[in-house]
Design a protein around this ligand. Structure first.
Ligand SMILES: NC(=O)c1ccc[n+]([C@@H]2O[C@H](COP(=O)([O-])OP(=O)(O)OC[C@H]3O[C@@H](n4cnc5c(N)ncnc54)[C@H](O)[C@@H]3O)[C@@H](O)[C@H]2O)c1
Length: 257
């Protein structure tokens, strides 16, 4: 069954790997990312990322800053108009910052972290779930959010990210509660250290030049590949009610050993 899948923040990293995997399987993929935005808080996907995705059959891209709720609603509406419907959405957008203990972290940094990691997810859910509710259960209407090991436990020196990702996990759980009895399912995926811009930014926050220092507690002592995470996300998109409300650890043991 061909599905129309929206990937918020899918312009590169795990989101782009998921876009490629879904397109290979024959799904129609629409990637929403802030391709035209530059923000000194975090390096966002750029034109080269957009061009790389656009060249793949089955993938289209739209530039939208998901921190903007009205712009997110407008973007989702235009996708529904073009394709007739949307079957599933994944919230990948995020940004990491840190390097200071909580008591030395200013409020503006916390607010920005919540905007990039939590509000982006909130806006996508608010924009797409009303439409997903109109889809039949056989279409497996699904909302998936990327949280983090940092959404389940404290990681030193990353307070603004830890707080924002715990709130993102809260969105998954609140949404799942509200969706009981409907056709729509919601779940989360909590990655461990994965070889993307985010891991390099995390290393930089710790003053490290090599990401391998961050993966000594993961199986294999290597970063996960974005393609490995993509398989977990695609699994979650096809799982239906069985994963409803769950936040699936996808961390090579980082969160538990
Ligand atoms: N890489 C890791 O080690 C790791 C670990 C745990 C969780 N995560 C989470 O996985 C998700 C994917 O991250 P990634 O590792 O692929 O990193 P990444 O930095 O490559 O991807 C993040 C994407 O989100 C987009 N984005 C950020 N803010 C946006 C906004 N306001 N509007 C639209 N798009 C926006 C970026 O442009 C980028 O394409 C994130 O939510 C991240 O927090 C990553």
């Amino acid at each position: 069954m061909t599905r129309v899948v929206l990937l918020g923040g899918g312009g590169r990293g795990m989101g782009a790997a998921t876009a490629r995997l879904l397109a290979e399987r024959g799904d129609r993929v629409v990637v929403l990312d802030a391709f035209d935005t530059v923000d000194d808080f975090y390096p966002l996907a750029d034109e080269a990322d957009r061009v790389a995705l656009q060249s793949i059959s089955g993938i289209e891209t739209m530039s939208v800053d998901l921190r903007d709720g009205a712009a997110t609603i407008a973007a989702v509406r235009s996708v529904i108009q073009r394709h007739g419907h949307v079957d599933a959405a994944v919230a990948f957008a995020g940004a990491v910052t840190g390097g200071r203990p909580l008591w030395e972290t200013d409020e503006e940094t916390l607010e920005k972290s919540i905007a990039f990691n939590t509000l982006t997810t909130w806006h996508l859910a608010r924009a797409v779930v009303p439409h997903l509710l109109s889809r039949p259960a056989e279409a497996l209407p699904t909302f998936v959010a990327l949280t983090s090991v940092a959404g389940e436990k404290g990681l030193y020196g990353l307070a603004p990210y830890v707080v924002a990702k715990h709130a993102t996990a809260g969105i998954v759980r609140a949404l799942a509660s509200d969706l009981v009895g409907t056709s729509v399912t919601a779940c989360g995926v909590a990655p461990g250290s994965t070889d993307t811009t985010m891991l390099r930014q995390t290393a930089a926050a710790y003053g490290l030049t090599d990401v391998h220092d961050l993966v000594q507690h993961q199986h294999g002592k290597r970063p996960l590949r974005p393609e490995e995470l993509a398989h977990v996300v695609v699994f979650a998109l096809g799982a239906g009610p069985v994963l409803h409300g769950a936040i699936l650890p996808a961390d090579a043991g980082l969160g538990r050993v």
